[in-house]
Design a protein around this ligand. Sequence first.
Ligand code: 5AD
Ligand code: SF4
Length: 486
Amino acid sequence: MNSAAVAKKLFVKTYGCQMNVYDSARMADVLAPLGYAPVPTPDGADMVILNTCHIREKAAEKVFSELGRLRPLQEARRAEGQQMLIAVAGCVAQAEGDEILRRAPYVDMVFGPQVYHRLPEMVARAARTGAERGAAVLETDFPVEPKFDFLPELSAPPGAAAYLAVQEGCDKFCSFCVVPYTRGAEYSRPAAKVLAEARRLVAAGAIEITLLGQNVNAYHGEGPDGGTWSLGRLIRALAGIAGLVRLRYTTSHPLEMDEELISAHRDVPALMPFLHLPVQSGSDRVLEAMNRRHRADDYRRIVARLRAARPDLALSSDFIVGFPGESEADFAATLDLVRETGFAQAYSFKYSPRPGTPAAAMQGVEQVGEAVKAERLARLQALLGEQQLAFNRASVGRRLAVLFERPGRKPGQFIGRSPYMQSVHLAVHPAVHRAAAADDRIADGSQALPALGRLMEVEIAAAHPVSLAARLPMRPSALSVMAHGE
Ligand code: 5AD
Ligand code: SF4
């Protein structure tokens, strides 16, 4: 039987980072030739994939409760003589595969982030043995072949703002982090493959690409010239692709901010003035215990060099409070670093011990109590929140180029991103919409209106804690659809 002829429903639920979002889309690509098409809910699905995250506490518990909710749906399908394959993918699968199969024996497939290119074969095996207890497919090894070489072409249009994985894995072994264990060693895709995928994305409608990697600035891919390319070099080459107007990259490590990358922020207009550069702590003692391999002052110096290269660069970061042994003075050093640096946005977390990591096994170091962690997190978030609001307020009255990516809740609402990664909301009154469309002073009325997938200049009218409200520039004839740059 030709299974590709039958449309099957695939529901994918994604947890965690953008790499997981990317992986989920690639899993859909891999399954498309088998006849699977994505659906928005798990009801009646032929296959459900939970693409999981293991970075912080409670991740595994969330997966188990979701599995508990799926089980009756699977049973209902079975009662109708249908199958619902349930798969757990991603980092929880990698770290706790056996535990998942023990606690949720109705799961059909468990596989880690490095093997989803083998999904067709796993699906065939699971479909054969699906009804038998204890016959689930478990694949959590790190294969020698890089999965990227086996991924098919895009099965769905990428959207105006697309992701592109250029690097995966991490060799840094920060003492708190599971990523080196769940994602494996650093691997960089050859530059020619990255460039080819970027061209395909642009041809399919993307005008912004975010380069992804757990340690994206550790990129050291094989260049078309046989040499090794850094991320800075790769960005310069990508910027040459016609129609690719915006470039971003995430997530970076301070140790890998080399001159070639820093100067790309000065030289490459398509490289957006926003950088997520996690620092975790402002205390040298804590940074050392975290095995970050840099001091707080190194971070300050890197920020200064970046800002010299691109004065309007907006910074984001990650912070952990309550790492084992963190004193009030250590925490105060983090607050100092935040005050001096000034962040446009940030993520901050309470430390949670992750099984198998060195920090979780630290002996003789005082653990920080839950109440102290909560209190420090609240103080840090208050400060970061103030900084974000101040940054947003400074945008009011400015004209910013916004890439509108999705509709808002009401008709005429558009949501997009500023160059600085701020979420921008624009509401166009339907009457204005119609009037502007009918305005023959505008050569092509439809083009002058905000539209999804388009980059437009708007005026920032108000600032909120985590977003901006925009309006169209006053005179309709001043509307401009931007073709290049910001
Ligand atoms: N506890 C708390 N936060 C963590 N992160 C990673 N591991 C842990 C942990 N064990 C945070 C770091 C990292 C972000 C993705 O998640 O800040 O940069
Ligand atoms: Fe985890 Fe550190 Fe690697 Fe980031 S650099 S993924 S925090 S080990």
